[in-house]
Design a protein around this ligand. Structure first.
Ligand code: HEC
Length: 144
């Protein structure tokens, strides 16, 4: 029995406290409030967001998509306007978009919501003309 207790303790240590698990509904509310003004976050605003900003569906379809979501607050452009408790600011430049704070629990909720979305395969996104690199070239470094 003692052996099992040690095993459970190990599982608990590895998987973290139960409260760390995200809540997808809450994650959707957070994404609507804070992310949807720039990103398409799935069916909620399929034709919304800002054109040059990758959709959540596209990011999820990338091989390291979830990794990018987990650390989004330290990936440009977010450090300028996203605050995370205990994470120091990158610099003192004033934010150019309204600032918001994301807690660890908020982030877990966002991750749970993202996992409910349909993945988009970047290779199947049509290349629309125009000057300069398109999203596919920028993300994958393609030279076509
Ligand atoms: C003010 C606009 C804005 C807001 C608000 C915003 N983002 Fe972004 N986000 C961007 C832009 C622009 C990019 C693309 C950056 C690039 O191409 O270099 C991006 C990229 C990303 C990426 C990919 C980063 C990478 O390096 O691959 C993730 C993940 C992401 N955003 C998540 C989020 C989440 C989650 C929220 C809400 C909590 C959010 N963003 C809110 C503008 C925004």
């Amino acid at each position: 029995m003692k052996r099992y207790a040690a095993l459970f303790a190990l599982i608990a240590a590895v998987s973290g406290p139960a409260s760390a698990a995200g809540d997808a509904d809450s994650g959707k509310d957070i994404a609507i409030k804070y992310c949807a003004r720039c990103h398409v976050i799935g069916a909620y605003n399929k034709f919304g967001g800002i054109g040059s900003t990758p959709s959540f569906n596209l990011l999820l379809g990338l091989q390291d998509g979830m990794e990018r979501f987990e650390s989004f607050y330290e990936r440009r452009p977010h450090p300028v306007f996203v605050r995370v408790p205990d994470v120091p600011k990158w610099g003192d430049s004033p934010a150019y978009a309204s600032e918001f704070t994301v807690t660890r629990q908020n982030l877990d909720d966002i991750l749970a919501f993202v996992l409910t979305l349909e993945k988009k395969d970047l290779k199947r996104v049509p290349v629309v003309g125009g000057v300069g690199p398109n999203a596919r070239q920028r993300i994958m470094g393609a030279t076509e």
